[in-house]
Design a protein around this ligand. Structure first.
Ligand code: PEP
Ligand code: MG
Length: 564
């Protein structure tokens, strides 16, 4: 990010990719990564080793404290799975093997603490990346993040640079790692622009959760932004205008006013049903991860819960929650939706989500390995505890149980059997059991799966990743991760046509995209499940649709124009 004179770049439009929708403008706060600075490197004598190494130990203790603090803070602010990331960083940093490698580097090379940290971490990152395994690659990102924290403390910088970000700035960065995102809040950042980051990265998740407009994949063009430049960020279309001229600024301001008015209008009507002009009513449910989301979903007029992701009850735990704890947590979280449909998904572990209590062997292709229901059938205790807890909650609250990552009809048969057995033992009524359709095989064989499922929910995040052969976390192939690609939509229409006799919903990110809603309705979908803050807007989009059988292209272009 250079200091090119503003007059040379007036009205430059940088095209990237929308990461979180919305419009916002303000001055740039260009975030300088500590790893890009030059650190002081000097040699030490043998007798100085203990004293110099004590600096690393002290910095490690400070970072461990910071990580715990960050985890607690994010947990209380957002009730988010993100807290687990900080706890896993703590484990990584406390590894005695790491301490031994740092010490031995200092003893053999006789160099100062900063230099040791840089060299050792760079080597570890390279080692992890070279394996070509996505899980280890994520670990490499975690290590980079830890080295930044250590270097910052060694440099005597106690506050994270982002803590000093002026209120209402547009945050501009090459990448945002987990330790950066914890400093993001609606107050400090009005928008975010990053050079790299996949659509399912931590930063993407958090900006969407916070409702902060964000653009990613600006690549090296991000260097055209200097500190304090005025920026117009359009997170819906993935563009950033640098140093806008008066007419552009005016046009953007008008669009932002219209968008705000649209949002206010949508909020006013959010508790009313979403019915198209042709009289078709669509259920707009919410995706939640816990109590806070459920409250937000209720405030935003969600008609129920289409997807309760329970992973956060497990991921940071040394032991899995027992039946009592699960029943209590889940019952408490869904209390705002008394008498509404609530869909709780069974634990979807595997790939990048591995809790400390499961000592799973590393897999060469984790995304294609043991995930979701594949793991549940291999750990029957884990499955039965959840089923029993959910049967208890179902006695008080209308509940549906959703099975993640189904590929084979036999998997549904197996879970249905366990559910019936548990219900018989407990003398409880059996709640509806449904399947997530998120693999191409499940989509193509949905009719067979539907024989053992009372409802189906299409998870377009995974379905897109598997259909387009593009990892959802992998920024390098994000051009291939196209949720609205004709192949994805065609598969969706096929599923709807094959199993239209079963209730079917769409709960991936696609359901919360304004441009996709008319296409989903035309495909016959009548239930959508979206992030809590997206409920009012999606309901309003539905109300403006004329004809759910008609010309899809016409409707899409109409809505896109309205959005401008
Ligand atoms: C999906 O894959 O679309 C989905 C909703 O599940 P998750 O994002 O939790 O994998
Ligand atoms: Mg999924």
């Amino acid at each position: 990010m250079t200091s090119t004179s503003t007059q040379f770049k007036q009205n430059t439009t940088l095209a990237g990719r929308g990461m979180s929708p919305g419009l916002a403008s303000d001055r740039a706060f260009v975030y300088q990564d500590i790893l890009q600075r030059d650190h002081e490197c000097y040699d030490i004598d043998k007798h100085q080793i203990d004293e110099e190494y004590a600096r690393i130990e002290k910095a490690t203790a400070v970072v461990l404290g910071d990580l715990e603090h960050a985890a607690e803070r994010i947990e209380s602010d957002l009730d988010s799975v993100l807290a687990d990331i900080f706890r896993s960083h703590k484990t990584l940093l406390s590894d005695p093997g790491l301490a031994a490698e740092l010490r031995s580097e200092m003893e053999t090379e006789l160099i100062n603490a900063e230099h040791v940290v840089q060299r050792v971490f760079r080597r570890l990152v390279r080692r992890f990346r070279s394996v070509g395994d996505s899980k280890l690659s994520t670990r490499a990102d975690d290590l980079t993040d830890l080295s930044r924290r250590l270097l910052r403390v060694l440099a005597g910088l106690h506050a994270h640079t982002l803590e000093n970000m002026p209120v209402a700035s547009v945050l501009v960065a090459r990448r945002l790692l987990p330790s950066d995102t914890v400093h993001l809040s609606r107050k400090s950042a009005v928008a975010v622009a990053v050079a790299f980051g996949g659509p399912a990265s931590h930063a993407a998740l958090l900006t969407r959760e916070l409702g902060i407009p964000a653009v990613t994949q600006l690549a090296d063009r991000i260097d055209e932004i200097a500190q304090n430049d005025e920026l117009l960020v359009d997170g819906s279309h993935g563009t950033v205008v640098v140093a806008p001229d008066h007419p552009t600024r005016q046009k953007f301001a008008n669009a932002a006013i219209r968008a705000r008015a649209r949002l206010a209008q949508a909020r006013r009507r959010c508790c009313e049903p979403a019915t198209t002009r042709a009289g078709v009513t669509v259920q707009v449910l919410a995706n939640i991860t816990g109590v806070e989301d459920a409250r937000l979903a209720k405030e935003n007029g969600a008609d129920g819960v289409g997807l309760y992701r329970v992973e956060c009850l497990y991921l940071s735990q040394k032991a899995p929650p027992n039946e009592d704890e699960l029943a209590e947590e889940i019952g408490h979280a869904i209390a705002p939706f008394q008498n509404r449909t609530v869909t709780v998904r069974l634990l979807d572990l595997g790939a990048d989500k591995v809790p400390p209590f499961l000592d799973l062997p590393a897999e060469s292709d984790p995304a294609l390995g043991r995930r979701g229901v594949r793991l549940l059938v291999e750990y029957p205790d884990l499955l039965d505890t959840q089923l029993r807890a959910l049967l208890r909650v179902a006695q008080e609250q209308k509940l549906r149980i959703l099975v993640p990552m189904v590929t084979l009809a036999a998997e549904m048969e197996r879970v249905a059997e366990s559910l019936t057995d548990a219900a018989e033992e407990m003398n409880a009524a059996v709640p509806p059991l449904g399947a997530m359709i998120e693999t191409p095989a499940a989509a193509l064989d949905a009719a067979a799966i539907a024989q053992h499922s009372e409802f189906l929910s299409v998870g377009t995040n995974d379905l897109t990743q598997y259909l387009m052969a593009a990892g959802r976390e992998n920024a390098l192939v994000c051009d291939y991760f196209q949720e609205e690609h004709p192949a994805v939509l065609r598969l969706l229409r096929l599923v709807q046509a094959d199993v239209g006799w079963r209730p079917l919903s769409v709960c991936g990110e696609l359901a919360g995209r304004e441009s996709a809603v008319p296409l989903l309705l035309t495909a016959g979908v009548r239930t959508l499940s979206v992030a809590p803050t997206r409920v009012p807007v999606i309901k309003e989009i539905i109300r403006n649709i004329d004809d759910t059988d008609g010309d899809q292209d016409k409707q899409t272009s109409q809505l896109t124009q309205e959005a401008h």
